[in-house]
Ligand binder design. Sequence first.
Ligand code: AMP
Length: 194
Amino acid sequence: MTRLLLIGAPGAGKGTQAERLAETFSIPAISTGDIFRHNVKNETELGKQAKAFMDRGEYVPDSLTNALVRDRLSQADAANGFLLDGYPRTADQVAELDDILGSMDTGLDAVVLLTADTDEVVRRLLNRALEQGRADDTEEVIRRRLEVYEEQTAPLISVYADRGLVVMIDGLGEVTEVTGRILEGLAARGIETL
Ligand code: AMP
């Protein structure tokens, strides 16, 4: 049973690493960004509400995001562990997650912080825009997303560091290299696959 968070600036490589870690630990990777994008694509009520915020590089309101995660974590596949990618991103979301995990009588094993310098993440995001055409990957929106990350999400790192949960990983380099660093960092805390 492994319960992990993955935190990092947009473009730090969270999505790619989340999938690899989820596979390694046989736990679901839960990406709020992916869930929102899926809802936008299918034009659900949630998608309609989230889209305006996402297109501007702003966070979707906590009330919507928290309800979504509470529902997702109540599903059977999350009972034996999970990796949350891109949640929590605000202080309110940290409090909500504490509450959800508290009511499940459990807690987090580690918070993986993926670092990358700003020039590199902007370069990656612009590249991804060319490849995938994500609506929120224009230069102006990318800049806003990085700002919002610094304002609202970066301060959460010290909250988890105070709890002794943070594993800081250099996100620069080959994908497999970075995965290796994360697995080493987790193993050093006794978090390993069987
Ligand atoms: P991501 O793919 O994780 O970068 O998320 C893409 C977009 O979805 C973000 O820029 C936000 O607009 C929205 N989003 C994803 N996760 C959250 C969250 N935890 N809180 C608020 N908005 C979120």
